[in-house]
Design a protein around this ligand. Structure first.
Ligand code: CO8
Length: 263
């Protein structure tokens, strides 16, 4: 195929240890068509398998993150095809949620539908002042299909999630911050740099322990409190079998910096 590349994929940060994925389909407001999501899947997997990469940052442009799934691609689909999974529609989406390394989303402008669902499958969301989040699927006769009704409700609570999903009303960055959907808000020009800085900071940590932390926090969404506490305790125990735990604690006691390595 001869389609243009829809992503810009780079290594960034002083130590080149952050994988950057930039959505680059400006003519369609970065609509997340299948070729774009296939590129995304490849990029995420490559960074995930690369020992030099400590974290991944996904961003759009300074004007727009993404206007959702590609409506022009979906308009012709029928129930039987997508229900049976014959055309593998949406198969690429799980790569992001299943990635073992932390993924930070840096969001400017519209972040709608599948765009909002994509960033909610990431681990941390930073927003620019003019970011707008929404699940407008109802306006085109459908419902969120990539986690919007579930992850949004977990993040912002039932009342705001219902309001957004039932009306398509968007929320701005400040509201998203107050509701807990994003963790920081910055001027549009700074949000990507801040996200990369955060990625670099995570990249300084033990990759093994980072993966355990991510797994532990994510289990809070899947398990009962009792099971979650049990799982966390077991992970804690497991760190005692690692070099990085021993080195981390020894370095503290000896008042020096830890030398980290993969176990
Ligand atoms: N899909 C395809 N093309 C799009 C999309 C989209 N989601 N959004 C915008 N475009 C295209 C427009 O068709 C237009 O193309 P053209 O120039 O060829 O006519 C171009 O991008 C510019 O768009 P507008 O002229 O509309 O730009 P405006 O600045 O006037 O408006 C908006 C910007 C408000 C973002 C507007 O474009 C809009 O409302 N877009 C649709 C938003 C939407 O409904 N998103 C939800 C989509 S459904 C979804 O995401 C379900 C997810 C299901 C699971 C995931 C599946 C993969």
């Amino acid at each position: 195929t001869h389609h243009e590349k829809m992503l810009i994929v780079q290594r960034v940060g002083a130590k080149q240890n952050v994988g950057l994925i930039k959505l680059n389909r400006p003519k369609a407001h970065n609509a997340l068509c299948t070729p774009l999501m296939k590129e995304m899947q490849t990029a995420v997997k490559e960074f995930e398998e690369d020992d030099k990469i400590g974290a991944i940052v996904i961003t759009g442009s300074e004007k727009i993150f993404a206007a959702g799934a590609d409506i022009k691609e979906m308009v012709v689909k029928d129930f039987a095809t997508i229900y049976t999974g014959k055309d593998h529609f949406l198969d690429e989406w799980k790569t992001i949620a299943e990635c073992k390394k932390p993924i930070i989303a840096a969001v400017n402008g519209f972040c709608l539908g599948g765009g909002c669902e994509l960033v909610m499958a990431c681990d941390i969301i930073y927003a620019g002042h003019h970011a707008q989040f929404g699940q407008p699927e109802i306006n085109i006769g459908t419902v969120p299909g990539a986690g919007g009704s579930q992850r949004l409700t977990h993040a912002v609570g039932k009342s705001l999630a219902m309001e957004m999903v039932l009306t398509g009303n968007r929320i701005d960055a400040e509201t998203a911050l107050r509701a807990g959907l994003v963790s920081k808000v910055y001027p549009a020009k700074e949000v990507l740099a801040k996200a990369i800085e955060l990625g670099e900071k995570i990249g300084e940590q033990s990759p093994l322990i980072v993966q355990m932390c991510k797994e532990a926090v994510n289990s809070a969404y899947e398990l009962t409190l009792k099971e979650g506490l049990h799982f966390e305790r077991r992970l804690f125990h497991a760190t005692f079998s690692t070099h990085d735990r021993k080195e981390g604690m020894s370095a503290f006691v000896e008042k020096r910096k830890p030398k980290r390595s993969l176990d």
